[in-house]
Ligand binder design. Sequence first.
Ligand code: ZN
Length: 281
Amino acid sequence: MEIEVQELTPTEARFKIRESTPNQVNSIRRVLLSDLPKMAIEDVEFHLGSVHDDTTGKDYDLSTSLFDESIALRLGLLPIPTNLKHFRFKDRCTCKGEGCAHCQIVYTIDKKGPGTVYSRDLVPLGDPELAIADPNIPIVSLGARQALLAYATATMGTAKQHAKWQVANAVGYTFQPKVKVSKGTGCSDSCLRKVDKVCPAKVFAFAKGDLDVVAEDKCILCKECEKACTHGSVKVEADPTSFLFRFETDSSLTAREAFRVALEDLSSRFDLLRDAVTALG
Ligand SMILES: [Zn+2]
């Protein structure tokens, strides 16, 4: 298997995988989708009643326009930067599941209206680096004399348990398209121009009576170009051994880290299988 990275940003990756099979590439896709660990808010403790603000001298009602469950759901979906060298699953932690700095993060929210509670209003207890990755995610609007006072605790999980622990999204691949234009098949300019025009992915460039393939990777294998040319001068095929693979992350892990962890996960599973087979004797 050969991998050629075409684009790598902190949250997006696009690469070619050669000399592989759909089974292998699909196993990478599935691990990225459901087996990567990350931190997400699991418990929220809402304070009820009212609070007095000494600065303004006003009393605030600790209620909002949303049910607490809806706020908790929104908090659960916030992307929390996850250092996998530091954090562990709670049930596998040395604290034996009691909760410690290696298996949970506690955030406080103390916001008074009027205004909007944003993800930046979640203040981590301890390391400020654990602030929510995107600070501008709105959570709930507060009216005048409304306030939100809550503690939110994040723990590690995977998307197999709940979608809030899903690191990667838009994970997918296509077969590598192979687009060939044969010269000298008797095509007229109008025929070649039509091929260029019908392509929805702008794979071709037509100029001076000549048709060139300029963006083969963008081909979506719709084969409209083949239908447009009655002389058979355009041929589109999918290479079953090469793949264009892409995915994004929610910024809890970088794309590079997510891919590294996915490959390690796959590798360790096959190690387990190998050990089990070896033990059979
Ligand atoms: Zn712990």
